[in-house]
Design a protein around this ligand. Structure first.
Ligand SMILES: [Ca+2]
Length: 188
């Protein structure tokens, strides 16, 4: 039975575990930020890599992302160690085409960032850019059935978040411009 009298796990422990797991599986924040940069640079030519890194960092602070990462990577690791029960062991190990739970878990964590995140996730899942492609084609006994979708999800969320932030900034600029014009009119 679940022990509900225990204190909840502190959010910093969960966030650190999430970051450690992603790193342990061979993906860096910069790898994810690279995808975000490529997705967003055509809409903002002043975009910097640092803004993309910051956006990925903010996304990793989200609890629903952290939980998705913990569950997905755990299953990848257990499959790699051949510790799952059959037939799940074989299904995850082979990344069976009709097994959609990896996508479902990752997709479940993109709704928090609105429709741009959802469409970007769909795009990345098909296009498999950058590190996502590398994970997909990595040789050996590595299992990345869940990881590739989770990285798509983090990159999609960070892209959407960035798109909204940049728009906010532009609107604010417009407000200042409106204010300036207002003042000029008043002075004349
Ligand atoms: Ca997958």
């Amino acid at each position: 039975m679940a022990d509900k009298t225990r204190d909840p796990v502190h959010c910093h422990i969960v966030e650190n575990a999430t970051r450690e797991l992603i790193k342990e599986r061979g993906v860096t924040i910069e790898d994810i930020a690279d995808i975000v940069y490529n997705m967003q640079v055509e809409y903002n030519n002043g975009l910097t890599m640092q803004e993309c890194i910051d956006s990925v960092d903010r996304v990793l602070e989200k609890r629903e992302i952290q939980h998705a990462v913990l569950v997905g990577i755990e299953l990848d690791k257990l499959a790699e160690q051949k510790k799952l029960s059959e037939p799940l062991q074989s299904i995850i190990e082979m990344d069976e085409g009709l097994f959609g739970v990896d996508e479902t878990i990752a997709l479940g964590s993109v709704f928090g960032y609105g429709s741009i995140a959802v469409t970007t996730f769909g795009y990345l899942d098909k296009a498999k850019e950058g590190i996502i492609k590398e994970l997909d084609t990595e040789p050996g006994n590595k299992v990345h059935t869940f990881l590739d979708d989770l990285i798509c999800s983090i990159a999609a969320n960070a892209s959407s978040r960035l798109a909204h932030r940049i728009r906010d900034r532009q609107e604010k600029l417009r407000d200042e411009e409106i204010q300036r014009r207002d003042e000029e009119e008043r002075m004349s």
